[in-house]
Design a protein around this ligand. Structure first.
Ligand code: FAD
Length: 343
């Protein structure tokens, strides 16, 4: 039997994890990742990388919980290995604070993270801007190290890589039997899906090795995430803003808001600034589609629209995307020879 040819469009955290799942779970298949940009130039590389499912209200909670639990279990097992810091993974505890008690004082993911509890008054004193808060332990996965590790994994599993921009899925017709679309915000142009839009995020990385706990303001407007070799400060959430250059006024706002949360940051020194476009969609698109044109068929699997939670959900959605690829593969392999040649 010839090997099934699968192309995965996208080399961010969603594309690479999906490609790894396909290569590891589908026998007799050859996976090629095609991307305009690879690490360190993807949105995923800009992400702070905290695993925390602050996602859309429109997405059923049971789906979010399943994707999060799968991802948490995978990253947690890395966190307990000797290679954790090389792979960019660490266990991280901290505080999430609110001006007022949120609508859901206990979030649906409270038993998915570790040691979740409501902050007591003594802890809240530290944050005069808050009246309520959570303390919990979660995981941080820094994509600048994690993506190269996934690339290596995929290479060892026989995967291939190709740099290039795809403007139409039919460009891949005849070469690949299944196309997996993990193009993040690129999906808007590639599929014409106007339900996906950018939410611009700008971050700073600073040297402040004395900080060991994260601080996040509940609405996501400000956060401090200590990582392996730097601390990420954020952020901005600007809808439909495509600007990829660093905005100095955003830089000032980010730094002063973070200093208000953690005054010792005035002693930190700036290492890096970056911008990324969160691929936001009310419900992320994880489904199969069959395209037809001039009597030809193309099998597509979409896995995009992870918004501000791509690192948080990537392993869970990758597993389900690979299952959809498996279903397409079974359909293709069951087809009579004459209709196969049309693919
Ligand atoms: P991307 O990383 O953007 O990858 C898309 C890939 O597709 C790229 O390789 C690109 O080149 C390729 N591509 C696109 N179009 C085409 C095309 N036409 N042809 C070929 N290739 C194409 N998430 C969290 O879970 N935790 C966080 O702490 C967190 N912090 C964030 C902070 C900021 C400032 C930002 C901006 C985002 C943050 N996110 C966070 C969100 C997270 O970064 C995204 O959800 C995630 O990166 C989406 O991954 P992706 O693989 O879908 O997209």
């Amino acid at each position: 039997m010839d090997k099934l040819q699968v192309a995965v469009i996208g080399a961010g955290v969603v594309g690479l994890s999906t490609a790894v799942h396909i290569a590891e779970s589908i026998p007799d298949c050859s996976v090629t990742v095609i991307a305009e940009k690879f690490s360190p130039y993807t949105t995923s590389d800009v992400a702070a990388g905290i695993l925390s499912p602050h996602f859309s209200r429109e997405t059923p909670v049971e789906l979010q919980k399943r994707w999060f639990d799968d991802t948490f279990a995978h990253i947690y097992s890395i966190a307990q290995s000797e290679e954790a810091s090389e792979i960019g993974v660490q266990i991280l505890s901290g505080w999430e604070i609110f001006k007022e008690t949120p609508m859901e004082p206990i979030p649906f993911w409270s038993d998915s993270v570790l040691a979740f509890r409501i902050m007591n008054n003594a802890e809240l004193k530290r944050f005069p801007q808050a009246t309520f808060g959570w303390m919990y332990t979660t995981l941080l996965c820094e994509c600048t190290s994690y993506l190269p590790w996934l690339e290596k994994w995929l290479k060892n599993a026989g995967g291939q890589f190709q740099t290039g921009k795809i403007t139409n899925f039919w460009e891949l017709d005849g070469k690949y039997e299944i196309i997996v679309n993990c193009s993040g915000i690129g999906a808007r142009a590639l599929t014409g899906d106007m339900n996906i839009y950018p939410v611009r995020g700008q971050i700073q990385k600073v040297h402040a090795p004395w900080l060991k706990h994260f601080v996040r303001v509940g609405d996501g407007t400000s956060y401090i995430y200590p990582g392996i070799s730097s601390v990420t400060l954020g952020g901005t959430r600007q809808q439909n803003n495509w600007q990829m250059s660093v905005d100095p006024s955003d830089s000032e706002r980010i730094f002063s808001r973070c200093c208000a949360l953690e005054p010792s940051l005035t002693r930190s020194c700036k290492l890096f600034e970056g911008v990324g476009l969160r691929p936001v969609r009310a419900v992320l698109r994880l489904e199969k589609e069959k395209l037809e044109c001039d009597g030809r068929q193309m099998y597509l699997v979409h896995n995009y629209g992870h918004g501000g939670a791509g690192v948080t959900f990537h392993w869970g959605t990758a597993k389900e995307a690979a299952q959809l690829v498996q279903e397409c593969a079974m359909e293709i392999r069951c087809q009579p020879i004459h209709s196969k040649s049309k693919l």
